[in-house]
Design a protein around this ligand. Structure first.
Ligand SMILES: [Zn+2]
Length: 411
């Protein structure tokens, strides 16, 4: 069992390194620190720098992303057996305004710790480091335990977890992504797709607007149609249950117009209006079908109005995933959870996108499970975590790994 004092020491040093992403700073420094924190386990450590080419190709929001992309894979191996991957991310979202506490100093208040990343995801990362060190000296397992400390989760994981899997550096039979809530276990997540639509009109002085084509007005036709489309999508339910606190009982798809840009001056008919659109897909949906449906909507509108001219860019795809609730990693995690924390834990899908989808793509059964709660205000000001949630998270992970990799009984 991990010790609160050790946890505070490890977490404190992780919090003190500012790994805000974007831009994604100090990755090299934090990975070196983690390597040091793992040294007592005498594990094999690989430090993997993601090639610049991959970073450039895969991060569409490359603006504002600077510095090296470094990940760490630590491995303990003993005898024959299965491989369990434990993962947590070392990057954090930028601090923002209005903190009461110093975001890069670990502050204790009663049974809570404050600081950027204590809940998402340096708290769980610190726990996994200590659990890994403990398992190194525990004789009751065989096989392989891998701790993958990755980066860039906050911008899609393409230079982090996804890269390690794509190049074959990370392989396993089970994976627990130590990121997310402590109140339930996540076995599925929605996917995401982004569209940028540029509506093209014709500029003219506003005093003769009948001679121009107003791109903003044309865009309103699309917006109106997308509101209806969203209502249709909201009526589609996945078979995966969602946390009822989100307002829905099942994972649900949606489409949102998130950004609109158009017009240069009040007396000019605008010739361009750009819409950025976010489409969320349930795991049962097909990405290419979603793209076709979206394109059809625009085509129908332009068939009715010949002056509605547009370009579409499709990008920013993030996979959805489902891990069966009957698979060993889910059932064992559920059992150990119920043994450590009294009560009956629910297994839900989440509406947001998760790095775990990169793991599921390689047919590795994966779940996401962390130590945060809604009250933790992850990504917000004064992010905090309950110390007891981190300690329980550690107990649950350790017991789960030991159960899954238990030493074969000798007859
Ligand atoms: Zn996270």
């Amino acid at each position: 069992m991990i010790d609160e004092f050790n946890l505070e020491t490890v977490l404190k040093s992780l919090i003190e390194i500012d790994t805000s992403n974007p831009p994604g700073r100090n990755y090299g420094r934090i990975i070196k620190l983690i390597e040091k924190q793992l040294s007592s386990s005498r594990c094999k450590v690989e430090i993997v720098e993601t090639p610049k080419k991959r970073v450039k190709e895969s991060i569409s929001e490359a603006r504002g992303i600077t510095g090296e992309r470094v990940n760490l894979i630590a491995t303990l191996e003993r005898g024959k057996g299965k491989t369990m991957i434990l993962n947590a991310h070392a990057d954090v979202v930028p601090v923002g305004e209005g903190w009461t506490y110093h975001p890069f100093k670990l502050t204790r208040r009663g049974r809570e710790w404050y600081g950027r990343g204590v809940a998402d995801d340096k708290g769980p990362l610190a726990v996994l480091i200590l659990v890994f060190n403990e398992l190194a000296t525990n004789p009751d397992w065989q096989g392989k335990i891998i701790l993958a400390s990755t980066i860039d989760e906050e911008i899609g994981g393409h230079a982090g977890l996804s890269y390690l899997l794509d190049v074959g550096l990370l392989k396993g039979d089970y994976c627990i992504v130590g990121d997310g809530g402590i109140e339930n276990i996540t076995n599925a997540a929605n996917g995401c797709l982004r569209f940028r639509v540029t509506i093209k009109g014709r500029s003219i002085h506003s005093s003769m607007n009948w001679l121009g084509i107003n791109a903003i007005e044309k865009a309103t036709k699309l917006i109106k149609r997308l509101v209806e489309y969203n209502a249709d999508l909201n009526r589609l339910n996945s078979k995966i249950p969602a946390n009822p606190q989100t307002g829905v009982n099942w994972l649900t798809p949606s489409i949102t117009v998130g950004v609109i840009r158009g017009g240069t001056k009040v007396n000019i008919v605008p010739n361009i209006c750009v819409l950025e659109i976010d489409r969320r897909l349930i795991p049962e949906e097909d990405k290419s079908e979603a793209v076709t449906n979206f394109k059809n909507i625009l085509e129908e509108l332009s068939n009715i109005d010949v002056d509605l001219k547009y370009d579409i860019e499709v990008g920013g795809f993030h996979d959805s995933f489902i891990t069966s609730i009957d698979c060993e990693v889910v059932t064992t995690l559920t059992q150990t959870y119920n043994a450590v924390i009294t009560g009956k834990v629910n297994v839900y899908g989440t509406l947001g996108c998760l790095d775990a989808a990169h793991v599921a793509k390689y047919k590795i059964p994966v779940v996401a499970f962390g130590a945060s709660r809604v009250e933790s205000n992850s990504h917000g000001v004064d992010e905090h975590v309950r110390i007891d949630d981190l300690l329980n998270f550690g107990k649950i992970i350790e017991a789960t790994v030991l159960r899954i990799l238990k030493t074969e009984e000798v007859n």
